[in-house]
Ligand binder design. Structure first.
Ligand code: GAR
Length: 209
């Protein structure tokens, strides 16, 4: 059984999708803990209600990124995770923290990376007249919102779209691709070939919504 620790900062809908899929599809894995940097994160309630251990490491209680990341790593490592899943975890991580979880930490970002790293991805896509938007699950490396891509979902940007409508359309696809990516990893379905992540069985690593 692989052990998964999920990090959230807020709503936690991607975490919810992963928790539900893990149970429904009987993955060879369990969600060992959900950790938040915000005590008020809504997702903590869902996790606790599902019998999952929760912890809060409040970034506001720490004077430096290094001190926060050290405390966060202690909270995570208490659960000896095989995989750390960033699910709407809105903190920039120190290089030491990223290195500690190299090859076993993934993130979901609401854009078709490498386009639009950082914040306000949907607003920026609309402002630039993009016709395609989406989300990316990737391994975490020291560079923000970069790293080997596990799976992407693409959706159209429709005439009249606002940030709210586009983000909702993308979020539906996030809830498809994030559980899929975690399932692939815990069932050892992925290979890295020259730094590119490939599904050994040839499953499509692109979802078109
Ligand atoms: C998701 O859209 C996720 O892609 C995004 O935050 C949202 C969290 O929603 N993540 C980032 O922007 C990370 N750079 P959730 O808490 O309901 O899963």
């Amino acid at each position: 059984m692989k052990r998964i620790v999920i990090l959230i900062s807020g709503r936690g809908s991607n975490m919810e999708a992963i928790v539900k899929a893990c149970a429904a599809e009987q993955w060879p894995a369990r969600i060992a803990a959900v950790v938040s940097n915000r005590p008020e994160a809504k997702g903590l309630e869902f996790a606790a209600a599902h019998g999952i251990a929760t912890a809060v490491v409040d970034h506001k209680q720490h004077t430096s990124r290094e001190a926060f990341d050290a405390e966060l790593a202690r909270a995570i490592d208490a659960h000896a995770p095989d995989l750390v899943v960033l699910a709407g975890f809105m903190r920039i991580l120190t290089p030491g923290f990223v290195e500690h979880y190299a090859g076993r930490m993934i993130n979901i970002h609401p854009s078709l990376l490498p386009a639009f790293p950082g914040l306000h991805t949907h607003r920026r896509a609309i402002e630039l007249g993009c016709k395609l938007a989406g989300a990316t699950v990737h391994y975490v490396t020291a560079e923000l919102d970069h790293g080997p891509i596990v799976v992407q979902a693409a959706v159209p940007v429709l005439p009249g779209d606002a940030e709210a409508t586009l983000s909702q359309r993308v979020l539906v696809q996030e809830h498809r691709i994030y559980p899929m990516a975690v399932r692939w990893i815990v069932s050892d379905a992925l290979d890295s070939r020259d730094g590119v992540i490939v599904h050994r069985g040839g499953e499509a690593q692109l979802v078109v919504g």
